[in-house]
Write a protein that binds this ligand. Structure first.
Ligand SMILES: C[S@@+](CC[C@H](N)C(=O)[O-])C[C@H]1O[C@@H](n2cnc3c(N)ncnc32)[C@H](O)[C@@H]1O
Length: 360
């Protein structure tokens, strides 16, 4: 049935022909009751989604009625292969055109992004080096250290990768490290460091810092390079640090990950709407737990690979009920001065949110 639906929707095959074929096949393999069921489903699909949509496009009636919106959401959900609840949210927020563009962007195979430790090797030099090895390169648009390559395997096997001059990191994710802007003498906490991607970036940006990298998951910490940092297995929510210890904190919080669906398409089927809300509540709790250990005048970078309201502005709204902070432009390159919000169909990056909260 899936194959037939695909043929009808995308291959523009004559529907009567593919339906007949499917029904005959079902009859042969499973008997006529199953064949009748297959026939009913396929014909209903053609009647309700294919012909209905065709008629609507022909009539071009632009009156927005709930039923029309409902079938539009269904259509987008089938065509782009996203759960209906996710399409409904985006449709309400972005409208039909942008939802289509967003889904298309999230279905695209992403380019391979790498980060170059430009303190150790000049970007042009690395590009030259890779091009000579037959790897096509293109500079990132937003971050100096970011580079796109057409193939990843030879890069991972290369000695520059082994020496730590090349790292695998999306450009949007690099922006979070840049936003932290480590300076000499800073005491910094990477509160949810995971495998240490941003920890390494921060250390590469400024070596003369005291850097604490923490995660609740010991398995992630084990493979991290221990040099030049304090690695801690701990729970942010248990407030393990003394008051006003850090100049800067990076909270790259666990989230719904809707921004990285193009890399992990399974996310869209695993996720439930209530998960987004649950993540939002957890993110607020994490911010509250960390706020005490930030020095006065220090700042916290909050980032998530999501663009859902409950995990972005919603978190700030909730946090502002009991805490005072100043929202500052996290990245000088931004026109928008208050936060960085990457929507994949606009930026061609992962979906991402970055904000800088300064303690008064
Ligand atoms: C988005 S990932 C971080 C990715 C990481 N910063 C990087 O650049 O690769 C979120 C991380 O938060 C960790 N985490 C979840 N709950 C936590 C908690 N209560 N305390 C500390 N870490 C937590 C998870 O184990 C996960 O590695």
């Amino acid at each position: 049935m899936w194959i037939t639906l695909y043929q009808i929707t995308f291959m523009k095959k004559a529907s009567y022909h593919v339906v007949n074929e499917a029904v005959e096949y079902a009859k042969k393999m499973e008997g006529r009751y199953v064949a009748g069921f297959v026939n009913a489903i396929l014909r209903r699909y053609i009647r309700e989604y294919i012909e209905d949509t065709r008629d609507k496009t022909r009539d071009s009636v632009n009156v927005c009625i709930p039923q029309k919106q409902k079938s539009e959401i269904k259509r987008l959900s089938i065509i782009h292969s996203f759960p209906e609840w996710l399409i409904r949210r985006w449709h309400e927020r972005f409208g039909q055109d942008d939802t289509e563009k967003l889904c298309a962007a999230l279905n695209k195979v992403p380019r391979f992004a790498i980060r170059i430790d430009t303190k150790r090797m000049d970007m042009d030099h690395v590009m030259d080096y890779l091009e000579k090895k037959g790897i096509k390169t293109e500079k990132g648009r937003y971050v100096e250290s970011s580079l796109y390559v057409d193939r990843l395997t030879p890069v991972i096997k290369d000695s520059l990768f082994k020496q730590g001059i090349i790292h695998i990191q999306d450009e949007a994710s690099q922006l979070a490290g840049v936003a932290l802007d480590p300076r000499q003498g800073d005491i910094i906490l990477d509160a949810c460091c995971g495998l240490g991607t941003k920890t390494e970036q921060i250390k590469g940006l400024e070596g003369h810092i005291r850097l604490y990298s923490m995660d609740i998951d010991m398995n992630k910490l084990i493979s991290m390079d221990k040099e030049g940092k304090y690695i801690i297995c701990g729970d942010v929510l248990l407030r393990p640090f003394r008051e006003k210890l850090f100049d800067k904190i990076l909270l790259d919080a666990p989230c719904s990950s809707t921004g990285i669906i193009r890399k992990h398409p399974e996310i869209k089927w695993r996720l439930r709407e209530k998960d987004i809300k649950r993540h939002g509540r957890n993110q607020v709790a994490m911010l509250k737990a960390l706020w005490g250990c930030l020095k006065d005048k220090g700042y916290l970078i909050y980032s998530v690979c999501s663009f859902e309201p409950e995990e972005t502005w919603g978190v700030l709204d909730e946090f502002s009920r009991e805490n005072e902070f100043i929202v500052e432009n996290p990245l000088p390159l931004l026109f928008n001065k208050e936060y960085f919000m990457s929507l994949p169909h606009e930026t061609d990056l992962d979906g991402f949110f970055i904000v800088r909260l300064r303690k008064p």
